[in-house]
Ligand binder design. Structure first.
Ligand SMILES: Nc1nc2c(ncn2[C@@H]2O[C@H](COP(=O)(O)OP(=O)(O)O)[C@@H](O)[C@H]2O)c(=O)[nH]1
Ligand SMILES: [Mg+2]
Length: 250
């Protein structure tokens, strides 16, 4: 079984293309879409229901906006509730239609060869960022470099993107090990936090190339710049102080 976790904040206009893509990409697969509607006020969830078609859709609703981290946590927890097989996969994708589902077969193939985490990377040959503003490309590279060099994540190229597949068994082990502190980041730093914490459990993590094309999305980025920079700084400090290791006695 394949679970897509799709955090969304006001992505109504992207739902038609997103679900058309998901329906095509999951044709013949046993897939469920878990949309986490994080306090949208534009009717995102209704648009999703309208366009999901034959793809089973599960909507998790946050009455108020709680941030990307909380939304990812809610989605992962929901997937673990629904999954009955530790071999299942959870794929986190963007709700703005910028996660390229043409790369899904490569991600699934890497998982089939034994990877517990597959990260779609724009930094590998064959990948890239298209239509992304210059300052944002520079900022992403700077953040990735800081975590790679200072945060001990040298073996990875992309550190921050949401587009990843996680093995259910690994996620279960992570929640069992870290409990409620597995996801402490409420915002965009959640992807780095999960990578660092899961890595402590010794999984097989691989990267495959992908392209993020901002021309595919309607609307603008919702990344809150200042809180995200602060969160990355604090997260890096936590890594340097060894605070991301599993809690003692776990
Ligand atoms: N649940 C939730 N999702 C969010 C929030 N902010 C952004 N998102 C979603 O997270 C994904 C990434 O956000 P996006 O604005 O595309 O950021 P960018 O791609 O990094 O510029 C999109 O699917 C957004 O709808 C939030 O506060 N809560
Ligand atoms: Mg996006």
């Amino acid at each position: 079984m394949l679970f897509f976790v799709i955090p969304c904040l006001d992505e109504r206009d992207n739902m038609p293309a997103l679900f058309a893509g998901l329906r095509a990409a999951t044709h013949g697969l046993d897939a469920v879409a878990i949309l986490v509607d994080d306090g949208s006020t534009d009717g995102t969830a209704d648009a999703a229901r309208e366009h999901a078609g034959e793809l089973p859709l599960d909507v998790v609703t946050h009455e108020r906006n709680r941030g990307l981290g909380r939304a990812v946590e809610s989605g992962l927890r929901r997937a673990l509730e629904l999954s009955q097989d530790d071999g299942d996969l959870v794929v986190t994708i963007e709700g703005d239609n910028t996660s390229d589902l043409a790369d899904l077969p490569v991600i699934l193939a890497a998982a089939a060869r034994g990877a517990d985490v597959v990260m779609a990377s724009t930094e590998l040959a064959g990948g890239g960022l298209i239509g992304v503003s210059g300052w944002r490309v520079a900022a992403s590279k700077a953040v990735a470099t800081a975590f790679r060099i200072l945060g001990g994540l040298r073996e990875f190229r992309s550190i921050t993107p949401l587009y990843r597949a996680y093995r259910v068994g690994l996620l279960r082990r992570a929640f069992a090990t870290y409990g409620d502190v597995l996801v402490q980041e409420s915002g965009f730093a959640v992807n780095v936090e999960l990578l660092v914490k899961l890595r402590h459990l010794g999984p097989r993590i691989v990267e495959v190339p992908t392209t993020i094309d901002w021309n595919r999305r309607l609307g603008t980025s919702k990344l809150p710049i200042k809180p995200t920079v602060v969160a990355y700084g604090q997260l890096l400090a936590s890594i340097l102080r060894g605070r991301m290791a599993p809690p003692p006695g776990s």
